[in-house]
Design a protein around this ligand. Sequence first.
Ligand SMILES: [Zn+2]
Length: 55
Amino acid sequence: MPSSHVHDPLALAVVSSHSTSEGVVSYLRCDCGAWEVRTAHMVAVTRPRGDVRRG
Ligand SMILES: [Zn+2]
């Protein structure tokens, strides 16, 4: 898998989403196996290897 892989927002599948006290939290999964967690305040991407990048 190329390290420059960019997760295609259109290819991400929403696995689940629910409302919390801080807003809606959505869990999405990419074909590459990475998970993306979106909240009202941040987006966190979890790679299959386990490292998390916030941005
Ligand atoms: Zn990906």
